[in-house]
Ligand binder design. Structure first.
Ligand code: JFZ
Length: 430
């Protein structure tokens, strides 16, 4: 039995259309205000965590507001940490007292699932396989067969209860696979158990199996060969709320991440880390609102896009080349240029191998004058200053599916040559 095959994500699957989701890291750690790993990094005892649970009071956690924010940002799904590594469950459970109903009187997963459903958002539940509070823990399980049997039994029970209580949901997002491989997690059996309860559910790849979609780490490029994928990113430098982290990404950086996801036909799962009381830091809200305004005007440049490689012929896979002015995405015969670095009233795009029929500034509805000579298009009549506060998009309607090729020299040589990149190992990271 192979729980990962056949592929569940067909051409019309919601996951391929979603493009943009909200990751929510919330738990007891949020009260500690130093990221979601603080219990581990500062060696907090179970007693200290119990005391913290006694004070858990998520008065600012507003599932409706969170989901409204996701919708307004142009997101199509939400991914919530139902239990992170600290082990605190944000849902009602018969299996542990260490939960948000016993402490705080709220089933936050139920609240979020209901709010998401009411708004037509898809739902992904993050769940850490191991945790630092339950005994036996993963370290015990590694050292003793009896502990292992008990540990795996508990893990299976927990997952079974989760997908039974929250049914249907769309994605089960495993994490915390330390210290086992798929085999020791009995991951095939685990997925099969979940499938029996929710046949449609998608799995990420963090129980050791490839899962239904790829999860690139630290970069947002499509797997090679392509398969459905999702890249997750923080809005500052931490997943869980950290009082000292003010290193926020600008809306323009978020849009670039979205553009990267779109050009690789993948999804961006963008994180927010609510504070201890569940309220969302104002800085996060402000960024998402800006991104939302950009999406309302320019969303078609990232939604429903096909894979587009602004490419070098000699490269394999989906590793694209770069532009001095921003990213490119494609949908059918249309090319979108996300011009993060605005050139002024005249824009030149070289390397285009397709005939351009029409050029427009997205959101303006006005056709722009342009000329095309060989592989180079020159657009004129553009505003001198960037016409969008975040990232203007110029749309090129083409006669056929656009392709772009540029190289390290001024023309593509008619003879084979090594890649221009200095370090071949950087090229095939797909
Ligand atoms: C994990 C968690 O430990 C972290 O707290 C957060 O929830 C994040 C989304 O997921 O962190 C990871 C997981 C995988 C890798 C790195 C960090 N990895 O594979 O390199």
């Amino acid at each position: 039995m192979n729980a990962t095959a056949p592929q569940k994500i067909d051409a019309n699957h919601w996951f391929l259309e979603a493009r943009f989701g909200m990751f929510i890291h919330y738990g007891l750690y949020s009260m500690l205000e130093r990221g979601e790993w603080m219990m581990n990094r500062e060696r907090l005892s179970p007693d200290e965590m119990q005391a913290l649970a006694g004070r858990f009071n998520p008065t600012g956690f507003d599932a409706g507001r969170l989901c409204d924010l996701a919708v307004e940002t142009g997101m199509r799904y939400v991914t919530l940490t139902t239990m992170h590594h600290e082990g605190f469950r944000l849902y009602d459970t018969a299996l542990s007292e260490f939960n948000s109903v016993r402490h705080g009187g709220r089933d936050l997963v139920a609240e979020l699932v209901a709010a998401a459903r009411a708004r037509g958002l898809r739902i992904a539940l993050y769940h850490s396989l191991n945790n630092w509070t339950d005994r036996p823990d993963a370290a015990d399980a590694l050292e003793s067969q009896t502990a292992y049997d008990e540990f795996i039994g508990h893990t299976f029970e927990r997952i079974r209860e989760l997908v039974t209580r929250f049914n249907p949901i769309d994605v089960l997002w495993y994490d915390g696979w330390w210290p086992f491989t798929a085999e020791r997690w009995q991951a095939e059996k685990m997925n099969a158990m979940v499938h029996e309860i929710q046949p449609h559910i998608l799995f990420n790849g963090r129980n050791g199996l490839p899962g239904d979609f790829g999860t690139p780490e630290g970069h947002l490029s499509a797997p090679s060969p392509w398969r459905p994928w999702e890249g997750c990113m923080t809005l500052n430098d931490h997943w869980g709320y950290h009082r000292g982290d003010h290193h926020w990404k600008g809306a323009d950086e978020v849009v670039s991440l979205l553009g990267l996801a779109a050009s690789g036909r993948g999804n961006l799962l963008l994180n927010i880390g609510p504070r201890g009381d569940g309220s969302v830091p104002e800085a996060s809200v402000a960024i998402l609102e800006q991104v939302g305004r950009w999406m309302a005007r320019n969303g078609e440049a990232v939604r429903g896009t096909d894979i587009f490689t602004f490419g070098l012929r000699e490269r394999q896979g989906h590793c694209g080349d770069w532009s001095h002015q921003g990213l490119f995405t494609r949908k059918g015969n249309t090319l979108y240029h996300l011009a993060r670095y605005w050139p002024g009233s005249r824009m030149v795009v070289g390397g285009l191998e397709t005939e351009v029929k029409r050029v427009r500034l997205l959101g303006s509805g006005r056709d722009l004058p342009f000329t095309q000579k060989k592989d180079t298009v020159t657009v004129t009549g553009l505003p001198e200053a960037a016409p969008d506060p975040v990232c203007p998009v110029v749309e090129f309607a083409c006669a056929s599916a656009p392709t772009m090729v540029l190289g390290g020299g001024m023309r593509i040589p008619r003879a084979p040559h090594p890649p221009y990149d200095p370090c071949p190992s950087d090229i095939n990271h797909g």
